[in-house]
Design a protein around this ligand. Sequence first.
Ligand code: NOJ
Length: 745
Amino acid sequence: MKNTTLALILISVFLWVSCTTQKRNHMAKTDKKVNELIAQMTLEEKIGQLVQKNGDSFSDSLVRSGGLGSVLNLVNVDEINRIQAIAVEESRLGIPILFARDVIHGFKTIMPIPLGQAASWNPQLIRKGAEIASIEARSSGIRWTFAPMIDVTRDPRWGRIAESFGEDPYLTSVLAKASVEGYQGDNLAHKNALVACAKHLAAYGAAEAGRDYHTVTLPENELRDVYLPPFKAAVDAQAGTFMNAFNEINGIPATGHELLLRQILRGEWSYDGMVVSDWSSVQQMVVHGYATDEKDAALKAIHAGVDMEMASTCYENYLIELVEEGLVSETLIDEAVANILRLKYRMGLFDNPYTNPSDYPELVNDTHRMVSKESAKESLVLLKNNSELLPLTTDIKSVAIIGPLADQPHDQMGTWVFDGDKSYSITPLQSLKSFLGNKRVNYAPGMEISRTMHKRGFDAAIKAARQSEVVLLFIGEESILSGESHCRADISLPGIQSDLIQAIAATGKPIVGIVLAGRPLTFEKEAEFLDAIIYAWHPGTMAGPAIQDILFGFDAPSGKLPVTFPRTVGQIPLYYAQKNSGKPASDETWERMYDIPVEAPQLSVGNTNHYIDYGFRPWFPFGFGLTYTTFEYSDVSVESGTYNLGDSIRFSAVITNTGKFEAKETAQLYIRDLVGSRTRPVKELKAFSKVNIKPGESRKIEFLVSTDQLGFHNQQMKYVTEPGEFKAGIGGNSDVELTLDFKIN
Ligand code: NOJ
């Protein structure tokens, strides 16, 4: 027995050593090729590699001269192959071009917006979605996607929250890894792999007041503890590229941020991939007031560590001059070129520069649609279900389908669908009509779009409601109201949707509100009129069939919010991992505005950190989501009361399905470090697990957390786990009580 174990250990060690040696040899070979190529390149050809241009703004002769490293936004495979042939066969050194595109949540088969995908808390689904996007994009000649966007954000006003995985560093890190692995697979040179781009380094989601591109003021410890972990996860998952952010951080534009791009990314994290700027962000350093002119911008960006310039032409126009003047060393240029060429070798671009579409399956095929449907289904969050209105019975006699988003094949795809084609979308109306038959469906949208300001459609909608057993009310915001540069200061329901809801509620019919939106919306008052609410985000191509399955109980909802829902916009930023403050609010201390006596003395009551009008709680907490059954948590425990630094801490709980429906539950582990040399959040998500449980069944779940995961950046900016007392809790959302105590020595 002992001998067998020893033999197994020896074999494993041997395999590990030979694997690592093989990998190292391979890397050394690639570096050798890169260096040999660089040695043959003129300065002009080197700088050419650092240039990325839009599909419509370069000439064949630029490609022929070796003056172009990458192209974005070309999707015609014949044109891509034609340009590639010029680069490979007609340029002096034959270096292939890297073709890029924003393939953010699907190429032709559109998955839910990333915020919706995050609501699934299902990394496997996110990986599959990215895999499908890769296969479809690759068939069009695209080799590089600008995804995943892994900016943590705690501001639903920010339009790009739609494109994010939400407010939490841990959840975002797990999903970042899944996404990178989905795009790239385990071999960048595989015909299905798309090079990923972790973006935007960094803190883009912390823009002041949720206005896109706006100023970010952030202490370095918060930057490191909250905004950077997903990027570290992307490095660990071997993301081929990174993109710097548009914003400044504490006065320094991310494009010129040496701390971020050199010290942290290249230094602390040993990243050897490639960094691309965001669109014209090099030139924008002039607009920021950080560079005197484009030449100065080029100087600052190359020094900071931006390898490739997207769209603007500072590198192309000024790097030669800067080298000649001795302000930029050729070694620095060589480093940037090496980062780019290394990637081109790793992804097999030199060996396989062309795309043969017949190597790929049909776009939007049944398998792809199935994954899109699963992803959409798991992204739906049930926020309310009074009197168990849902699921509906399939023998229902009639349903009214009302609302501006019931039949919008374009809007259901969400933001960032450059290549999305609405003709593939199945809308809720189409799906429900074919499922229930035309006769059982009374359709009257009430409003043409979510921003409609007149009531001309109301009468027909009221009539449809009166004729039906139940109303399905599709409300929310169109896709163009979220996404890049589409921020909103008021995140309530646009147009006269509030009036529509009240008019329909006046019929007395039960209403299911299905909300399609790119962000959390504030509609607490309107929600009073809705008996059930499904938050659907923008669910993608398969919105209709996914929503239908949940409405009729073919599957139970399992989505959980990846972001806190505020009651009103004035509460933002509002997130679960807040600090306690010296005067934490509670229900007892909350002094309600309308209860305050006239001319009450200033410091009479309730001196805690709450609003007198809205209190201190969110509308729905992070991690929240109902389903058609109930889950009970029991035996929540931690294995021991005391640990040493370096130990793994084992937590467990038993979850019992106490209702009648088979459903999935996402159990979440939250931990609080009670005292730190810097104050710590009141709760931090440290692990989660999504499990399927049958009615009456109990499942034991276990979480293993290393003490290293409980660290933070101290006053010396060192990542440390400090010995002391901790509390923990396991439950179905971030409101869970932390009942477990343990200590780290
Ligand atoms: C600007 C966006 O910020 C970035 O995310 C995107 O990848 C580029 N434009 C390219 O379209």
